[in-house]
Design a protein around this ligand. Structure first.
Ligand code: NAD
Length: 455
């Protein structure tokens, strides 16, 4: 732990030199990050295969490629994001000018999970660097090969006083949180998020929490059924369901339920059928999660899938019907390739039901009707989501990505990352050409004149 204290101190010292705040340093750091990530593409792909059996396609599309795209976006826009913004001032502030200066916090700590261990480490890291901070990244110990590869990647590219990767588990996060860090960006489960926030609160360290939860998908009676089935199957079974924004369960309108289930069968067959061998499917991260997920298979009725292989930690894409809210599968975040499908008749009734539960990270509606789209978005509170799609909302840098309530605090991606890792320092420039007298306690009729002025 002495090493951790020394590391944080060295980053603090480096930050105080002002080097990381310079535009040239930030741009160079983003370019170095891009180059280092490109150079480690095959090593990281191998590490992801070893930790999660992730395919090369998934490793690039959902992790490495996504981060490279984000870094290029930041390089392109950084100069304009860094400029102080001139804002209006009120009539009561006649003669003044208002500015907002984005200012880095200092030493930032990023704690990331195992399910997308590259993306969820490097997307926030790029934002922290773009905003002019130093970074300590603590990747998940549950994806150890990827964590090790990230250490190698940064070792040759950056000095540890600027960007350091520290390996370890909960005790390492706690040790880091006991140090004088200036910002914490955490991605993981809700229960751990609460622990992190409590630890950060002791030192009043500001936090962003990217958490999880049960994200619903609603398939309304006018939905494009085949497209809905395909896009839900894709979003759910990608990474073996171990995606924070995966649709956790489906509510389908009674009148289209049979057609939807048929289409779902066809979609699972098409996307994950025979030709996609077990060898090519992301595995369940560990035996504890495997056993937890297999436990769900005894609930309701298995309509599709259900095959499991403990030695390969493989669970086939599975669809459950006949489940109720009292079944554990409907009470906990599933985080695996099991999709319960329930039917409904009355849209407002299920919207009320969903709104009575913790606010989800994501929400998906399949309907072509604009009034219904507006109505649903207006009625339900959720982190972010998509209409007639799943997951895609999180791959554009123009939308903030984050949760609300139990699913998180704060957001990032693109300029929202820059804003997250920047304090908005407000500055009022007062004129020296004149000095309005009535704010002073000795002004004649001061109160009367102020009241008149404020009217
Ligand atoms: P986790 O909360 O167990 O672990 C996340 C990180 O926290 C790891 O680095 C781990 O070492 C550390 N950690 C674990 N316990 C700790 C403790 N007691 N004190 C301090 N640090 C601790 O999460 P996970 O299992 O790696 O990931 C799965 C969860 O993350 C799911 O709930 C999922 O929904 C959520 N998630 C959210 C997002 C998002 O962007 N909102 C993305 C991916 C995953």
């Amino acid at each position: 732990m002495e090493q951790i204290t020394a590391l944080v101190r060295s980053q603090k010292r480096y930050f105080k030199t002002g080097e990381t705040k310079k535009y040239e340093t930030r741009i160079q750091a983003l370019k170095t990050l891009h180059a280092a990530l490109s150079a480690h593409e095959s090593a990281l792909t191998e590490a992801l295969a070893s930790d999660l059996n992730k395919s090369a396609f998934d490793a690039y599309v959902t992790e490495i490629g996504l981060v490279l795209k984000e870094i290029r976006f930041m390089i392109k826009h950084l100069k304009s994001w860094m400029k102080p913004k001139k804002v209006k001032t009120a009539l009561t502030h006649f003669g003044t000018k208002g500015y907002i200066y984005p200012e880095p916090y200092g030493v930032t700590l990023i704690i990331s999970p195992w399910n997308y261990p590259v993306q969820l480490s490097l997307m926030p890291l790029a934002g922290a660097v773009a905003a002019g901070n130093t970074v300590i990244l603590k990747p998940s110990e549950v994806a150890p090969q990827t964590a090790k590869c990230l250490v190698d990647m940064f070792k040759n590219a950056f000095s540890t006083e600027y960007i350091a990767v520290v390996q370890g588990g909960p005790e390492t996060s706690t040790a880091l949180l006991n140090e004088d860090v200036d910002y914490v960006f955490f991605t993981g489960g809700t229960a751990v998020g609460k622990i992190i926030m409590e630890q950060a609160a002791r030192r009043l360290i500001p936090v962003t929490l990217e958490l999880g939860g049960k994200s619903p998908a609603i398939v309304h009676e006018d939905a494009p059924i085949e497209l809905a089935a395909k896009r839900i199957a894709w979003g759910k079974f990608m990474n073996a369901g171990q995606t924070c924004v995966a649709p956790d369960y489906v509510y389908v309108h009674k009148t289209v339920k049979d057609a939807f289930l048929e289409a779902l069968k066809a979609a699972v067959d098409e996307l994950y059928g025979d030709d996609i061998a077990q060898e090519n499917t992301t595995k369940i991260i560990n035996e504890r999660h495997f056993d937890r997920l297999v436990g769900y298979l005894s609930e309701g009725h298995i309509l599709i899938g259900g095959e499991t292989n403990r030695s390969k930690r493989f669970i086939a894409p599975t669809v459950l019907t006949d489940v109720t809210w009292t079944d554990p599968v409907m009470q906990e975040e599933i985080f695996g390739p099991i999709l319960p499908v329930m039917e409904y008749e009355n849209l407002n009734a299920i919207l009320r039901e969903i709104s009575d539960k913790p606010k989800p990270l994501a929400f998906y509606l399949f309907s072509k009707n604009r009034d219904i789209q507006h109505h649903v978005v207006d009625r339900v509170s959720f982190g972010g989501g998509a209409i007639n799609d799943t997951i895609y909302h999180m791959t554009t840098p123009y939308l903030p990505f984050g949760g609300i309530g139990e699913s998180g605090i704060g957001a990032y991606h693109g300029q929202f990352s820059f804003a997250t890792f920047s304090h908005q320092k407000s500055v009022l420039k007062q004129t020296t050409r004149f000095d309005l007298p009535f704010r002073y306690p000795n002004a004649k009729n001061g109160l009367k004149r102020i009241k008149l002025f404020l009217k």
